[in-house]
Design a protein around this ligand. Sequence first.
Ligand code: B12
Length: 216
Amino acid sequence: MENSDFSNHLAALVSQLDEDAVLAQVKIRIDAGEDPLQIIEECNAGMRIVGQKYENGEYFVSGLIMSGEIFREVVELVQPHIIMQAKGRSSGVVLIGTVAGDIHDIGKNMAGMLLSCYGFTVIDLGVDVPPKNFAEKAIEIKPDLIGLSGLITSSFEMMKETITTLREKAAANELSIPIIVGGGMIDEQVCHYVGADYWVKDAMSGVRLCQKLMKK
Ligand code: B12
């Protein structure tokens, strides 16, 4: 099989929610020394197909749950290999969390995991985090950077509110902390709307951005 067929194959298996086959493929490819981030990216493509299938009524919420579980297991398998690749890079403290009203955490956890692999100290507030909790924690620990995650459209309003609260509290405490937003539907327009400083489309770009900001 051509390499590209092989790649599409993994995304297809995820989209078919074929847990056993996905995990078997991932193990084979890790053992063959393939790039763990590439494997994650392909599974991510499969997750996007699951989202489409949910949208067009082919899958129900149980399908979303199942895909989330498969993705979690994949991350568990590849994580040690990512840590081996990334050992001993730059560091800083990053406060992350999923905004209030949103319980999606797979992407946030991945971003947190990769940031940790690259030497950042990650404080994760979890999911459904009210603006005031973000602000209080930020004042308490004074992180170098803050990362907000949100996957549903209604998260945008909450990101906006969270960022307003964060900026007010930070200014009152003479702090200025760059805020990054991430999540499947985030783009330049959303970033501007919610008042964030930066946005990323995937976790690895998030790591690169954090490294760049720490150098400033
Ligand atoms: C799995 C899943 C679920 C699971 C979540 C499990 C979990 N523990 O997270 C469950 C079943 C709980 C769920 C629930 C719901 N879901 Co859902 N879900 C998904 C699905 C299929 C995959 C999401 C995912 O994990 N992707 C994989 C990760 C790795 O990708 P990611 O999150 O985008 O993260 C990457 C980047 O964005 C970035 N990133 C993300 N966050 C951050 C943060 C920082 C700081 C950084 C640096 C980077 C970063 O890094 C990641 C890796 O590259 C998506 C479909 C899709 N296309 O995304 C729908 C989707 C997000 N869900 C959707 C919906 C509608 C729902 C529900 C409302 C369904 C319902 N009727 O109950 C509820 C919402 C509940 C709530 N209040 O939050 C819609 C949202 C549509 C919209 N416009 O609002 C989607 C898009 C499906 C669809 N196409 O309709 N869902």
